[in-house]
Design a protein around this ligand. Structure first.
Ligand code: G6P
Ligand code: MG
Length: 223
């Protein structure tokens, strides 16, 4: 029986993962570095600087640490510019209703995201102050697949990892959840990832999964 659900943000609660892709793509194009959606999938869940390293794998140029910081800042400026268009309408009815249903079932709800922009995004989509705990890229030293961000979220909830379900769209996030002793649930880009305990085709299925776990039944198996 779960006492809490910890959600990744980008690609789980809202579609900001697409803004990450567009902002990295713009930088890659300017630097004449090949970059596609498969490269972008590997950036999900990992920190800004680690994401840059993934992009630079295909570069012939080697950049100094200072230049890398500038490139990451350039990407973030474009990403933040794209975030300005976010409104409460970018929180889907499906996600809003499912979050409310889970809360009505007595579950605590938290966010565990590698993004340093987490608070801004939550405010923009109307979820500022909604969650019982938020842990983000500003709170951690090691990003996913390290479990740190989820462990901080669980600690802030006052709960053990074993009673928390983590919902993720990144393989690195599923690995992080598993490494921290959490049950993991894959959705979106991570759906079907074999390491995930559960795999969902739609966010709304979360409600049934949690209900089944509470009633002692097995829930929906991965794959
Ligand atoms: C999330 C995204 C990653 C992103 C990271 C850092 O985990 O899935 O793609 O690199 O956050 O985001 P930030 O907003 O701090 O650059
Ligand atoms: Mg994500």
């Amino acid at each position: 029986m779960y006492e809490a659900v910890i959600f990744d943000l980008d690609g789980v609660l809202c579609s900001t993962d697409e803004f990450h892709y567009l902002a990295w793509k713009k930088l890659a194009d300017r630097l004449h570095i090949p970059f596609d959606r498969a490269d972008n999938r590997r950036q999900r869940g990992v920190s800004r600087m680690e994401s840059l390293e993934i992009l630079l794998e295909k570069s012939d140029v080697s950049y100094s640490e200072e230049q890398k910081r500038e490139l990451a800042a350039e990407k973030n400026a474009e990403y933040v510019r794209l975030l300005q268009n976010l409104t409460e309408a970018d929180l889907s009815d499906e996600v809003r209703q499912t979050l409310n249903a889970l809360r009505a079932m007595g579950l605590k709800l938290a966010v565990g995201s590698s993004s340093r922009n987490t608070r801004t995004i939550l405010e923009k989509i109307g979820l500022g102050g909604f969650f019982d705990a938020v842990a983000d890229g500003n709170d951690i030293r090691h990003s996913k697949p390290d479990p740190e961000v989820f462990l901080v979220a669980a600690q802030r909830l006052g709960l053990a990892p074993s009673v928390c379900l983590v919902v993720e769209d990144a393989q690195a996030g599923i690995d992080a959840a598993n490494a921290g002793g959490f049950d993991s649930c894959a959705i979106g880009a991570a759906a079907g990832y074999a390491a995930a305990k559960f795999s969902l085709a739609a966010f709304a299925e979360l409600r049934e999964l949690v209900e089944q776990a509470g009633s002692g039944r097995n829930g929906k198996a991965a794959g």
